[in-house]
Design a protein around this ligand. Structure first.
Ligand SMILES: [Fe+2]
Length: 522
């Protein structure tokens, strides 16, 4: 009994800690992390033995809901599609695996003329199709090719489960260890499980966080481990909106780590190398790709866009974690990058090298401004400023029209105490000019996925539009609503709430595509 209680305590801890560490946006993943942890301890009581049985760790339901119920009114100037993607394992995760390893499941809220239709589909990656045919797991461990079933040799390992963007009338589903998968924007049908930009892709991998140039509309992206598993090569490249490759170069990083996001300005590219490092020994023992190595410093690397990469400067700094960029800009010879930053590993399910316990406080992330002076002859350190000390959260967003130019407003999902004394979920808007914070509190018993901004129109001023995200109602068995807020008045509450009759598939990231960028409507 003592052991069972220990395991239950561990699961409770996992759920709570992950919510605090990586923000309310990871609620679905938090549940799955706890489930994965549970799988590691077979002595834990089964779901049937517990009255408050956990939700199934798999979702697997592809759905179509036409004319969703709406409370309030969908704004007349909000027309387009809100896409989301997250991991949804075909089969229960193997012991020791992590919640990032599920198959990509894309969902879409199609919003037009006051009506909302919902649709979700798995991405038919090569991995998904092979496992579906075999009716079993063939890729048993997160980014560990050594354990793959021999039958999948040569297939893409992509789960396509991390982020989605539109490009050339396609929806690209992204996983940073592989090329994208391409989907139909309206039907979500998989058109190409491995999309290589007409054979122009100069990398074996493609980031989950490409940027859209604010002036040209070009897609600026990179791939790490670009020349193969474990390589220290990073390819950087740029495609026009029509799909033509107009720039590419290759650099080397100080060490091979999880290079999840990057920053782009009109003149520079910035990488931030954190000590979530490749761990070959761990993989050979049957574990995942990464472990957190607290002995390694961070590196803030800056290079010129459109150059050959030889000018890259690496600024060394203390051990920290930062996985996502909110925005970035140049100011003369100084460059600024706003990130979510924690003192240590933000993911409780990512192993700590050396066996240290995971630290939930050191794993908390805050919006932090990194900056470096590019005019010095010798790169030294970079500067670190915590911008909003009171707000812990992850998955920051901005008005994506400002990906590569100076910006003023950022958005973040974060927990916030509420009068009932239970954890609440909030979306906040940061005004970096005044440092004023505006907040929407979704109240108790609700989790919020990552938010996404939709402008009122192509010419609307920065931040003028709507902030939306999926709210999971934990007191209704996890039923989901899409919450739509006026981004300039978050504190006034939703202008509309779109009700789903069921849970929504989980989300890592989401993306807004306005009506004018969608194919002719069906
Ligand atoms: Fe991400």
């Amino acid at each position: 009994m003592t052991e069972d209680r220990d395991q239950l305590d561990r699961r409770s801890f996992m759920r709570g800690a992950l919510g605090a560490a990586v923000g309310v946006g990871a609620a679905a993943l938090a549940s799955r992390a706890a489930d994965a942890q549970e799988d590691r301890y077979p002595s834990a009581p089964s779901s049937e033995e517990r009255p408050s049985a956990r939700r199934p760790s798999l979702y697997r339901l592809e759905a179509d809901v036409r004319d969703c119920e709406v409370t309030g009114e969908i704004p007349s100037d909000l027309n387009g599609a809100f896409y989301r993607v997250g991991p949804d394992p075909q089969y229960p995760l193997r012991p020791g695996n992590i919640p990032f390893d599920g198959e990509g499941h894309v969902s879409m809220f199609r919003i037009k003329n006051g009506r909302v239709d919902y649709k979700s589909r798995f991405v038919r990656t090569e991995r998904y199709v092979a496992q579906d045919k075999a009716r079993r797991i063939l890729f048993p461990m997160y980014r560990n090719p050594y354990l793959d079933d021999p039958s999948v040799k040569g297939l893409s390992r992509s789960t396509a489960n991390t982020h989605i963007i539109n490009h050339r009338n396609l929806l690209l589903a992204l996983k940073e260890d592989s090329p994208p998968a391409a989907l139909d924007l309206l039907t979500l049908e998989t058109i190409a499980p491995v999309y290589t930009f007409d054979d122009q892709l100069p990398s074996k991998t493609f980031t989950a966080h490409p940027k859209v140039d604010s002036e040209t509309g070009n897609i600026v992206a990179f791939g790490y481990e670009a020349t193969g598993h474990g390589s220290d090569d990073v390819a950087i490249f740029e495609f026009t909106p029509g799909g033509k490759l107009v720039w590419s170069t290759m650099i080397k990083v100080p060490y091979v780590g999880m290079l999840h996001d990057f920053a782009v300005t009109q003149r520079h590219i910035v990488f931030y190398v954190i000590p979530m490092t490749i761990d070959e020994e761990q993989m050979r023992r049957g574990g995942i790709h990464w472990s957190w190595d607290k002995t390694k410093p961070t590196y803030f690397g800056v290079l010129r866009r459109f150059g050959d990469g030889k000018d890259i400067q690496w600024f060394e700094g203390p051990t920290r974690s930062a996985t996502h960029v909110m925005g970035a800009f140049d100011d003369g010879n100084r460059i600024y990058v706003d990130v979510e930053m924690s003192m240590s590993n933000p993911f409780p399910f990512m192993p700590m090298k050396g066996g240290d316990p995971w630290d939930p406080v050191a794993g908390q992330s805050r919006i932090t401004r990194l900056s470096a002076n590019l005019s010095g002859r010798t790169p030294r350190g970079y500067q670190i400023e915590t911008m909003y000390q009171d707000y812990i959260g992850a998955l920051p967003r901005q008005d994506d029209r400002y990906n590569t130019v100076p910006y003023r407003y950022g958005f973040l999902g974060c927990p916030e105490p509420n009068p009932q004394g239970r954890p609440g979920a909030c979306y906040v808007r940061f005004d970096h000019q005044t440092r004023k914070v505006t907040l929407y509190n979704a109240g108790p018993d609700t989790s919020l996925a990552e938010c996404c901004f939709a402008p009122r129109g192509p010419d609307a001023p920065e931040g003028s539009g709507y902030l939306m995200g999926v709210a999971t109602r934990n007191d209704e068995g996890g039923r989901a609503d899409l919450v739509i807020l006026d981004a300039e008045h978050l504190d006034e509450g939703p202008v509309a709430v779109v009700h789903l009759p069921m849970r929504a598939v989980g989300q890592v990231h989401g993306w807004w595509v306005p009506e004018e960028k969608l194919p002719a409507a069906v």
